[in-house]
Design a binder for this molecule. Structure first.
Ligand code: ZN
Length: 436
């Protein structure tokens, strides 16, 4: 007797990530939000009777992409200040506008716009950090997207809070309100070592340990950040955070562009997580992170888009391709970061960085059914000798046809079931009129 299940997706190829490689003419079998099996389509037909069956005759099915670092609501500032380095970009363009405009309404609308962009681009989970996390949580719940919401901490006042205690209080209240939402997770998100002092870091470390929350922070993004720290305290920002007890497997270091050899030692020894944001690092002329060296030391690396104000898109396909290309140039070695490695970074690498790898990141039985289909049927994507190479070097987010999160289809043939593209465009225009 065939086993009754909710859903069976029959694909030309499945790239499950675990194990590595592409399976031809296989099916993903899903029941009650979770993956039941990955089987050859012929035996899937025989062994399972699916209430719904989806045929993907020219598609690759793979785990949903994980955008391990973004500031989703900054989508409303997409393209507002290009061609500026990080310091003046923050001080002259971003922080003044945030001071004037950021509110729960701004964060809700910007996060909804970003969730739409990410979902239709094949991103099923992101790590977000921005003000008013409660408003972000509302937007994620409406979109159906999975998210790890970073609770921001700064040592200076903003429209959201006035000091470290104020930020922590507001953030932890938002977490208390949403902690039972199954697709939401939380992290503490001190902005950076240079915007958060030792006393605040010490409090953050205590809360992180007590509440079992990861810490995500921007780290050693620019040469100036590293040099100023070396000049003033004779150690790198990472060495300082290590001394304050912040490092460990739940420490998520974003950027890591400028690392001393001793920093790589600390990241490896403490099993820290690194998020690589190549577009943002290139666009702000920060540099190129030494990803091949980190990988060689066994450090887990994920990919992030950063906010749309410094990218200007939240597109993991472009991050993945760029990560592969810049790593080859950095290493002077065309074999650095091959396609399979980068596709794994964009999926399981991200899930691992966020501590969610038991639930998402690969298509294996027992995990949540978060999957995306990429259509390789058009002539621009042919011939196709290797679907994993095609995913990295040829396909883009526009080829993402279908998206499932926890077995629920949120995008079908590029149309949303949870969101409305016309409404998203209207929200973007409304805020553009205000911010201009
Ligand atoms: Zn960032």
């Amino acid at each position: 007797m065939p086993v009754p299940v909710d859903l069976c997706i029959d694909a030309r190829w499945i790239v499950p990530i675990e194990p590595e490689g592409a399976l031809e003419h296989h099916s993903l079998v899903v029941d009650r939000a979770r993956i039941v099996a990955v089987v050859p389509t012929a035996s899937g037909d025989r062994d399972f009777s699916a209430r719904k069956r989806v045929a993907l005759p020219a598609h690759v099915l793979l785990p949903g992409l994980v955008n391990a670092h973004t500031h989703a609501a900054m989508s409303l500032m997409r393209g507002i200040a290009d061609d500026v380095a990080l310091k003046p970009w923050l001080e002259k363009h971003i922080w003044p506008r945030e001071g004037r405009f950021v509110s729960p309404e701004f964060v809700h609308d910007g996060t909804l716009l970003a969730a739409g962009e990410m979902l239709r681009g094949g991103i099923t989970c992101c790590a977000d950090q921005y003000f008013f996390p409660d408003a972000a949580a509302r937007a994620y719940r409406r979109s159906g997207m999975r998210a790890m919401i970073g609770l921001p901490v700064l040592d200076f006042p903003t429209a959201y809070a006035s000091d470290c205690d104020g930020y922590l209080q507001a953030g932890l209240a938002a977490r208390d309100a949403w902690k039972h939402e199954p697709k939401l997770a939380f992290a503490l998100a001190p902005h950076a070592p240079y915007t958060v002092g030792d006393a605040s870091w010490e409090k953050i470390v205590v809360y992180a340990r007590q509440l079992d929350l990861p810490i995500q922070t921007h780290l050693q993004e620019t040469r100036e950040e590293l040099e100023q720290s070396l000049a003033s305290i004779a150690m790198s920002p990472l060495a300082r955070l290590d001394r304050l007890g912040a490092t460990g497997p739940a420490f998520i270091a974003v950027h890591c562009v400028h690392l001393a050899e001793s920093d790589i030692e600390v990241l490896a020894a403490q099993s820290c997580q690194v998020v690589h944001c190549p577009t943002s690092n290139l666009k702000l002329a920060s540099g190129i992170a030494p990803i091949a060296r980190l990988k060689a030391r066994g450090v887990n690396v994920a990919l992030g888009s950063d906010g749309a104000a410094s990218n200007n898109r939240m597109d993991l396909f472009s991050e993945a391709r760029l990560a592969s290309l810049v790593a080859k140039v950095m290493a002077g070695d065309a074999s650095a970061l091959p396609a399979a490695t980068v596709v794994r970074m964009a999926t399981l690498g991200g899930a691992t960085a966020l501590g969610l790898d038991a639930e998402i990141g690969s298509l294996v039985p027992g995990k949540q059914a978060d999957a995306i289909a990429v259509d390789l049927g058009s002539f621009e994507h042919l011939p196709c000798y290797d679907p994993i190479s095609q995913l990295l070097h040829v396909a883009g987010r526009d080829q993402v046809s279908d998206v499932w999160i926890a077995g629920e289809q949120l995008v079908a043939a590029r149309s949303f079931s949870s969101l409305d593209s016309t409404e998203l465009a209207a929200l973007a225009r409304l805020w553009q009129d205000r911010l201009q």
